[in-house]
Structure formats: C-alpha cells, structure tokens
Design a protein around this ligand. Structure first.
Ligand code: SF4
Ligand code: SF4
Length: 371
C-alpha cells in the first residue's frame, strides 16, 4: 500500500446562501486522481464536516469505484457514547449505512486520551471492535491517540490485541512536551505496533512557514513545497506505514502525490534544517491550534474557536501593525457565532482539545486584540 492516506476532513467547500457545503464535484475529481495514481487509503470519522464526511465518502468514492479498489478507515466516536448517550452497535450500523459499505478495512476508537479511554473501558469498546473483527466487518482495529506517552503505554499494555495506533506526528511536535510525538512513537515501537500518522502538516501550519524558515528550506530544495518536507519527515519513520493528509484542493493533492510516490528519505542534514525551522516557528507562533475543530461542537456560545485563533495568529505575525484586516474579518466572522468575549469559561472546549491549549485564557487575549 502506498503511504499517503486521503483524510476526508478538510474537503473543498463552496459557500452559498451563507451556508458552507462540501464541493462534491471537486471531491470526486480529487478521489479519482488519487486512485488513478495508485493510492488507496481513505480516512473518515463520525463527526468530520459536521457529520457529513461519511456521506461524502459514499457519494464520491463508494458509489463510483469498486469496493476492492480502496481501503476505508472509520472511527467510533467514543466520547459521544456518554455525552450523546449513543450505543456503539447503532453507531457502527449508522456509519456503514452512511458510507454505503458492509465493512471497514480499518476501524479506530476515536481520540483516546485518559478520559475517553475510561469511557471506552466502561463500554467494552475494545471487545466490541474485536467482535466486529471476528465477524469480518472490521479488518484491523486501532485507535487514534492524543495524550502522554505514559497513558499510551498503559493502553497498549492493557490491550495487546490492538493492530495499530494513529498518532499526531510531525516535526513541530516531535519534541513537544504536550503532544510528545517522539515519545509516543517510541512507545508504539516498544509494543511492536505499526503507526498511522495524522496531522503531519500540523493542520496546515507547516505548509506556510515564516519567511526565514521558508528561505532556509528553499535553499536546500528549491522545488519542494513546505508541506512536502513535513510529509517526508513523517513518512521516513520506520514504523510508519501510512501518512494521512486532509487535502482541500487539487493543488495540495497533486503536490502530496508527487511527494509520496515514493517519499525520498530524509538525510541527517535535512533533519537539522527542520530543527532550525522548529526554532523559528516557535518564535513566531501565538496559539498552537491545529484547526481540528474538536472543541467547536460543545461550545454553548457557538464560538468558532479555531477560526478566531487563525485570525489572531495572522495578526501576531505583524505585531507592529494595526490589525485592520484581521479586525474586519473578525467582525464579519463573529456575526455568525459568538465573540471571544462571549466565552463564559465553562471549559467544555478545553477537555476536547488534543493540543491542550489554554483556550479560555487565549480567547481573552484574542478579544483584547481583535474586538
Ligand atoms: S470555555 Fe468558552 S469557548 Fe470553551 S466551550 Fe465554554 S464558552 Fe465555549
Ligand atoms: S483549539 Fe484545540 S480542539 Fe480547538 S481546533 Fe484548535 S487544536 Fe483543535
């Protein structure tokens, strides 16, 4: 299997009647090109794209290509089993129906951390997926993970039956104290578990670098995009068998396909350049949000948290400026949802943030800068 997976979570969108819709025609063209070039792995989840990603998978992929030509991964929304009182058996059937399939090649417990792992244990979710596997309705069982290496070690020790782990792994988070990419990767190696990488480009953050970092990488590889460096870093790890990328247009897809067909291994000199790049990025970044949107659904004030952080980060790249452009965009955006200053500090968002961002405190700073 070629190592690039198509993440169906940042799909191209059109805006009509003030409503954002996934651009199905564009997705179909992207899916076709992906398959034509010999790539086969697609990744979706229950709540991607406001719970419509699985339907898009059905329309763009399943209805238009023979089932044996592609590999499909879906995820059990573990946290919803209690917050929305869902039964995992019903969720799985609903997912099969939405995707138009009878089985998933890969099936993951979604977003395990300390809290969600406890929910999974209370509902015997590992046992549930193992039974689906025995019935032939799931090929391989895994989980996506956002917590410390110590928690990961505990889960893999308790569940040796797991086939693989999906980790946030990229060069920015490799040595990060909160994400612990390297430490988590080493735990997977210790337990002999193959790794699927998510967020290799850190929610797009590593596709657009500060000018100084961009120049540094361009000197070494003039033709290579910033995103290609990030993909190659993830793909060059020995235990990584798949690198997911949430691609939003044909240009990103084409660039990723060229990079990953096959990915050139990284040299020690290139790794050193990426270490320097990390140093530059950390000097530049204000809020390390990846735009995953896990925090949005539970906010009682409908604050578009990641969109506000994107504007704030853009404003902070020009610290001396008056931020007129970002203030105007902020005013428009917050007409459709809550403002940063509407936050009541309930911390529902904080619990679901894999990056452990101090969202409540960060929103106060956003309000001061952009309101
Ligand atoms: S703490 Fe603020 S931003 Fe977070 S969910 Fe509550 S109201 Fe929304
Ligand atoms: S604040 Fe956290 S949960 Fe919300 S989009 Fe950013 S990284 Fe994801």
């Amino acid at each position: 299997m070629k190592k690039l997976g198509f993440g169906m979570m940042r799909l191209p969108e059109t805006v009509s009647d003030e409503e954002k819709r996934v651009d199905l025609d564009a997705v179909c063209r992207m899916v076709d090109l992906f398959l034509e070039r010999g790539f086969t792995y697609f990744d979706t989840a229950y709540f991607y794209h406001d719970r419509k990603s699985e339907i898009i998978v059905r329309e763009a992929l399943v209805k238009r290509h023979p089932r044996e030509r592609f590999v499909l991964a879906d995820k059990l929304p573990v946290s919803f089993l209690e917050s929305e009182n869902l039964k995992q058996e019903d969720v799985f059937e609903e997912q099969c129906q939405k995707c138009g399939v009878t089985y998933f090649d890969y099936y993951l417990l979604h977003n395990l951390n300390t809290e969600h792992y406890e929910i999974a244990e209370r509902h015997d979710s590992f046992g549930f997926v193992s039974r689906l596997k025995a019935e032939g309705r799931v090929g391989k069982m895994g989980f996506s993970f956002h917590d410390t290496a110590e928690v990961l070690d505990r889960i893999l020790t308790a569940h040796p039956e797991v086939d693989f782990v999906q980790l946030q792994l990229n060069y920015l988070d490799w040595e990060s104290e909160s994400v612990q990419s390297r430490l988590c990767y080493e735990i997977c190696q210790k337990h002999g578990k193959p790794v699927i990488v998510m967020e290799p480009v850190r929610g797009g953050r590593l596709a657009t670098l500060p000018k100084r970092a961009e120049r540094l990488l361009k000197r070494a590889r003039p033709e290579a995009s910033a995103a290609s460096w990030a993909l190659r870093f993830a793909a060059s790890r020995e235990s990584v068998f798949m690198v997911l990328s949430g691609m939003s247009n044909m240009e990103q897809l084409s660039d990723n396909l060229s990079t990953m067909d096959p990915p050139a291994p990284m040299t020690p000199e290139e790794i050193a350049l990426l270490e320097e790049t990390v140093r530059i990025i950390y000097e530049d970044i204000a809020v390390a949000c990846t735009g995953c949107r896990y925090c949005v659904e539970g906010c009682p004030k409908q604050i578009a948290i990641p969109d506000l952080f994107t504007l704030y980060n853009a404003a902070m790249q020009d610290r001396e400026g008056d931020h007129t452009e970002q203030r105007a965009a902020y005013a428009e955006l917050t007409q459709r949802g809550g403002k940063a200053s509407d936050c009541i500090g309930c911390r529902a968002c904080v619990k679901s943030c894999p990056q452990r961002i101090r969202i409540v405190e960060a929103l106060k700073t956003v309000a001061k800068t952009l309101e």
